[in-house]
Design a protein around this ligand. Structure first.
Ligand SMILES: [Zn+2]
Ligand SMILES: [Zn+2]
Length: 261
């Protein structure tokens, strides 16, 4: 199966991605994609002067939007370009976020559930879910966020495996809860290629976690492959993309190739 659309693409503005915005478009064209969605880590309007290290600042958003919209126009005959963000569920800031999404007429938002209650005062789920109670918090935050209806899909649902040494009962319960919710509410779960760095295919810890995806198979959830590109070259990694589609097809999961956006 060939990738036709990728909705998980970052830009240098988040402080941990590289390349020019246009280079992502050129890479997508080289791969024959029909749609490229930009979803850089959303800014937030913090109540303090906190400067986030892993997402763009609010002052950079205009530049981001202008850049993506001008690429959309420039390449309109070759590829469909979408303006989105990857956003958290920060309970105290969601009213602001809803207005922000409307103001900029974002094409879509993907749910990257990284921190609770936010990245200023909270903990990173990818490092702190070794604590079973915090793992339960991860699940709760996933579900509460999804209940808002703001997000198009849940990115790396198995992020919590970054902080676990093995897939135990608590991991199984977390996976069951997320997959049961996804099945019931028709939420698409992302098989995230950024987790497959360094060719560590079949890697048991971290994400994507094969044991999580066995649970996804049991619940027969819908899956989508997200490159989570932090470098234009990631879009050109055919081997990694093919591995992901093969893996999901072998599980017999329905893989969503394009979203109706
Ligand atoms: Zn990132
Ligand atoms: Zn991402």
């Amino acid at each position: 199966m060939k990738m036709v659309a990728n909705y998980h693409t970052h830009t240098y503005r988040c402080h941990h991605a590289s390349g020019k915005d246009e280079d992502y478009v050129k890479a997508a064209l080289e791969m024959g994609l029909k749609t490229l969605g930009f979803s850089d880590h959303s800014p937030w309007k913090y109540q303090s002067s906190f400067k986030p290290r892993m997402r763009m600042e609010l002052k950079d958003f205009n530049d981001y939007a202008q850049s993506i919209l001008s690429l959309k126009e420039k390449y309109k005959d070759e590829i469909k370009i979408l303006l989105g963000v990857e956003a958290e569920y920060f309970p105290e800031y969601m009213e602001w976020f809803k207005a922000f999404k409307e103001e900029y007429r974002l094409d879509y938002v993907i749910f990257g559930n990284h921190f609770y209650p936010d990245d200023e005062n909270g903990r990173y789920f990818g490092r702190s879910c070794d604590d079973d109670d915090f793992l339960k918090r991860y699940v709760k935050n996933c579900i509460e966020g999804l209940e808002s209806g703001l997000y198009t899909y849940l990115a790396h649902p198995d992020l919590f495996m970054r902080s676990r040494d093995y897939f135990d009962e608590a991991c199984l319960a977390a996976s069951e809860a997320i997959c049961a919710y996804a099945k019931k509410h028709d939420v698409i779960l992302e098989y995230n290629l950024e987790g497959l760095r360094n060719g560590s295919y079949g890697y048991e810890l971290g994400y994507p976690c094969p044991d999580f995806w066995k649970v996804a198979q049991k619940y027969n959830v819908k899956a989508i492959v997200g490159v989570d590109a932090h470098d234009p070259k990631s879009l050109l990694n055919e081997e990694r993309i093919a591995y992901a589609y093969d893996f999901l097809e072998n599980l017999g999961l329905e893989v969503v190739k394009e979203l109706a956006l």
